[in-house]
Design a protein around this ligand. Structure first.
Ligand code: HEM
Length: 318
């Protein structure tokens, strides 16, 4: 590139900038002068590193609690990235197949990392420390991860998230409020003896029920499952198969892979040698609630055959 070319390019950029500033009644010269005095951007400012490093706040001095806090935060950041992609899919006016597949692959890549890194929890902390520092976070629990619930509501139709026993006594056409109260995680956080909601669930409902109900309403007809029903009809068999592969992978990773890996961590820390369970911080009957073979949450049931569904939750499907 010669200086002549550079000047032309710079002049053209100045003309464009001038037009842009003029649209909002601003003056190009003053803004250029501002540029002269503005500091160069630094990496640490760009990613807000200083702030980020202040957000890890263990409540005890057990060193392994740092791992627990940071890994939860890492997981929440991946949940954010997953929602970022789902939102773009659900808002797209046009959805060419390569873009659709690409976004599903991104989601799967994030989930795959979460599943494969879960031994940071199950293997990477001392049980003795865990059993002590966890007492300092009662009654908080990962159960209260709102992003996990948001991903569920954006992925499938509310009906598929209902507690399976409750579902038998309900109709798909019932008002959303009735369906929402039967969602599997609300039923899972009821103390079997007293029939009362756990305090962990009560706190979560106070903070997020209105938001989640609204989200459930908004995504009743706009979720990944419906998108597949509506838009994949124009695809040929080969294209549909490629898309189904990514959808199945997501279902498998989120509802089996992650749940099994998480259960493994829970069992490692909360199971006594004699096979008794230690009470969890969220107060659920977790040995009955957490196993994916009992929950049987399937986002895209139409993509699995009867045998696969009957064995759902026992192991990752290849
Ligand atoms: C040693 C590590 C962990 C243990 C022992 C553990 C234990 C538990 C238990 C027992 C529950 C059931 C609710 C309750 O009674 O508290 C639960 C739920 C949950 N935890 Fe964890 N957890 C661990 C790590 C994590 C991490 C790193 C995350 C990441 C955000 C997480 C997210 C969740 C979610 C989303 C639920 C609800 C799952 C569902 O409703 O099916 N947990 N956890």
């Amino acid at each position: 590139m010669t200086y002549q070319d550079l000047d032309e390019k710079v002049l053209e950029q100045l003309r464009q900038l001038s037009r842009r500033y003029a649209q909002t009644g601003q003056d190009l010269a003053s803004n250029l002068e501002g540029l002269l005095y503005t500091d160069y951007l630094k990496y640490w400012d760009y990613i807000a590193l200083d702030t980020l490093m202040t957000l890890q706040r263990p409540r005890t001095s057990f060193p392994d609690e740092m791992i627990f806090v940071v890994y939860h935060q890492i997981t929440e950041l991946f949940f954010k990235l997953i929602q970022w992609e789902i939102d773009q899919l659900l808002q797209a006016d046009e959805l060419p197949l390569p873009l659709w597949i690409d976004k599903m692959q991104r989601i799967n890549r994030y989930m795959d990392i979460l599943v494969r890194s879960s031994d940071i929890m199950s293997e990477g902390m001392e049980r003795e420390q865990f059993l002590k520092f966890r007492m300092a976070l009662l009654p908080a629990s990962g159960f209260q991860s709102v992003q996990f619930r948001e991903i569920e509501l954006k992925s499938t139709t509310l009906w598929h998230l209902l507690d399976k026993d409750q579902q038998q006594h309900q109709q798909r056409s019932e008002p959303i409020e009735a369906l929402y109260t039967s969602i599997y995680w609300k039923r899972g956080a009821i103390e079997s003896e007293s029939g009362k909601k756990t305090i962990t669930l009560q706190h979560f409902e106070e903070k997020y029920d209105a938001h989640l109900m609204q989200l459930a309403q908004r995504h009743l007809q706009n979720n990944l499952y419906i998108l597949l029903q509506e838009k994949s009809t124009v695809l040929n068999e080969e294209e549909r198969a490629a898309l189904h592969r990514e959808y199945r992978r997501f279902d498998n990773l989120f509802n089996v892979g992650w749940r099994l890996a998480h259960l493994r961590a829970a069992a490692k820390f909360l199971m006594k040698k004699r096979g008794e369970a230690v009470a969890s911080t969220g107060g659920t009957n977790w040995t009955q609630y957490l196993p994916p073979r009992f929950q049987k949450i399937i986002f895209f049931p139409n993509l699995w055959n009867e045998e696969e569904k009957s064995k759902w939750g026992t192991q990752l499907i290849d």
